[in-house]
Design a protein around this ligand. Structure first.
Ligand SMILES: [Zn+2]
Length: 348
């Protein structure tokens, strides 16, 4: 018979460990104890099928258990639409051969901003799997999180990233001579080789950024990106870029612009500037630098990722719980082959 320990014996065994092993054990427990395949499966059954959810396809509550697969996954059958499904069907994790606990460790790698190589080593998956999981997760996050509403004092400014056509292989004709690896775009100023990314952050630390178009910022681009993002009662602070004036007046938002030297402006005893957004830009650049040249077509996904990490003033465990409950349960149909199918430049 296999040796199994009861709780008392575990505690006795724990006390016999060396101090460093006790510390290692303790460090593992709070993060990993609940992320077993069995627990994750029960969580998905509970949140996606049981109670008032029912059939994943038609929502009918006429669902019965329909055997267990070799890998231990519970199968279900809907008596109404006659479809058979799993707790992971129509989700980010469906149609993959890896178990839920591998997905959970991958989410943890994303929380820690790990590179593809680091994540693939840690989770025991290939680089190409790590790549498609990253974008499946980010596509799902994008769908779940949508737009935030920034209130209070909101600082906005645009930042620019070199256009990169990396990852556009099939039938793609590069519109210019390729750049040498590691060399940034040489052109000075705001050329069509730079993507404009309008970003905003409020005094509570919540932020929003999306790729605009290539070249200089326009009021049309600001309107499209910030429509519904800046609360009507907010005070918007920007540099003296005219594009923001049209947006603010069309939305009835109070606008405070700095002078040409971007100095702090005082209004009714309050100081307004754009230091917060400038610091935010530096953090964004630092975040993207880890990934060594993000392809422009995936830039939006990286901005969503950065927003989720920036916007969560929660503990690491809380963000992880949020990721698990959102990413693993959201109904989404994504295939690996669809991931690269997005326009090489922002559609705006
Ligand atoms: Zn059904």
């Amino acid at each position: 018979m296999a040796d199994t320990l009861n709780l008392k014996e575990v505690i006795i065994a724990y006390r016999k460990l060396s101090f460093s092993d006790q510390a290692a054990f303790y460090a593992m427990v709070p993060n990993d104890f609940c992320l077993t395949d069995g627990n994750l499966q029960s969580f998905l059954i509970e949140t996606r099928i049981s109670a008032d959810h029912g059939c994943i396809y038609c929502g009918s509550s006429h669902v019965v258990k329909n055997g267990i697969r070799k890998d231990g996954t519970q199968r279900f059958l809907c008596r109404d639409c006659k479809k058979s499904f799993l707790p992971t069907s129509e989700s980010v994790t469906s149609r993959t051969r890896k178990t839920l606990s591998v997905w959970a460790s991958y989410l943890k790698c994303m929380l820690d901003k790990k590179t593809l190589r680091e994540a693939s080593e840690e989770c025991g998956i290939s680089m190409s799997t790590a790549f498609s999981w990253r974008h499946k997760i980010l596509d799902a996050l994008h769908e779940i999180n949508g737009k935030v509403l920034l209130d209070g004092t909101v600082e906005a400014d645009e930042t620019f990233f070199d256009v990169s056509y990396k990852g556009n292989h099939k039938n793609f004709e590069l519109p210019r001579e390729p750049h040498k690896r590691g060399h940034s775009v040489r052109t000075k100023g705001l050329s069509s080789e730079k993507v404009c990314v309008p970003c905003a952050v409020n005094d509570a630390g919540f932020s929003y950024a999306r790729p605009g178009k290539t070249g200089k910022v326009s009021s049309d681009c600001i309107k499209k990106i910030f429509d519904g993002v800046i609360a009507p009662g907010a005070v918007l602070c920007t540099d003296n870029e005219k594009a923001y004036a049209g947006f603010a007046s069309s939305q009835g938002i109070r606008l405070v612009q700095t002078d040409t030297d971007c100095r702090v402006t005082h209004r009714q005893g309050k100081a307004y500037g754009i230091q917060r957004i400038n610091a935010w830009h530096s953090r964004l650049k630092g975040f993207l630098h880890r990934f060594r040249g993000v392809s422009t077509k995936y830039l939006e996904n990286y901005l969503v990722w950065n927003d989720v990490l920036e916007n969560s003033q929660r503990s690491r465990e809380e963000v992880m719980e949020l990721l698990l409950s959102q990413i693993l349960t959201v109904r989404i149909s994504l295939r690996n082959r669809d991931i690269p199918c997005r326009p090489p430049l922002p559609a705006l």
